[in-house]
Ligand binder design. Structure first.
Ligand code: MG
Length: 248
């Protein structure tokens, strides 16, 4: 069942989302060659807690950190650690925060110094695919209109969308129904109604869509080890216009 949220609940989620957006802004400023991914995590955790929120990922199913830090061929769920950022890397940062029992979740991929034109294009296309998906988040559309818009943009660029990991409803839990695939046929799935809130998160690969999970049981990499990018926003459906909750 898709749990609809009241205006007050969405307002609380917006507070959580604002902290998530501020955290991503802070992390972006710290991303440069030589920085350890665990330093980014420490800065994020400190900021989230100082802001009166709880880092939603820390301890989630045993995840050891407050952010996911996914470099290059890592799709999602990279664990921050002793890996040092290098010029030319791309790094996807995923952040979740809980405020007064409500969650918000967002991600973005950032360049480390100068990156290749190919990596920049992947990031641009992935971000555009999220924007196309968000544009479909209006009352009366079907859920897979969102999915189809994302897939269409990514595949038109010659890329693939990850199948095994998908977006999700969000609210009093970080993951609620429905699952929101980044691929699908338009006109299918549940009708979108005001009060639904979704975390929409295309993961786009330069190569094939297949992924593998590394031995740490978290880190998801592209099976062909090509680059992957990830952008995510928490979006409320309120009527004719989608409302982003994970914004400054
Ligand atoms: Mg998410």
């Amino acid at each position: 069942m898709i749990i609809k949220k009241s205006a007050d609940e969405i307002a609380t989620m917006r507070r959580a989302g604002h902290i998530v957006a501020k955290t991503l802004e802070l992390i972006e400023k710290k991303i440069k060659p030589g920085v350890l991914t665990e330093q980014l995590d420490a800065a994020a955790e400190e900021f989230i807690r100082e802001s009166g929120a709880r880092p939603a990922f820390k301890g989630y199913k045993g995840f050891p950190a407050s952010i996911c830090a996914s470099l290059n061929e890592v799709v999602v769920h990279g664990i921050p650690g002793k890996r040092r950022l290098q010029e030319g890397d791309i790094i996807s940062i995923d952040v979740g925060a809980e405020v007064d029992g409500y969650y918000a979740d967002a991600a973005a991929t950032f360049p480390v110094g100068e990156i290749s034109a190919e990596a920049q294009r992947l990031m641009d296309v992935t971000k555009s695919s999220l924007e196309d998906g968000i544009a479909k988040c209006v009352e009366g559309n079907y859920l897979y209109d969102v999915s189809h818009a994302i897939q269409t943009r990514a595949e038109a660029a010659g890329y693939s969308v990850v199948r095994e990991f998908v977006g999700h409803g969000i609210g009093r839990a970080m993951h609620e129904e429905p699952q929101i695939p980044n691929f699908g046929s338009p006109g299918k799935g549940p009708r979108l109604q005001a009060g639904m809130v979704f975390a929409i998160e295309p993961m786009v690969n330069i190569g094939g869509y297949k992924v593998e999970i590394l031995q740490d049981d978290w880190t998801v990499v592209t099976a062909d080890r090509t680059l992957s990018a990830h952008f995510e926003h928490t979006v409320a459906i309120t009527g004719a216009e989608p409302v982003l909750l994970t914004v400054l």
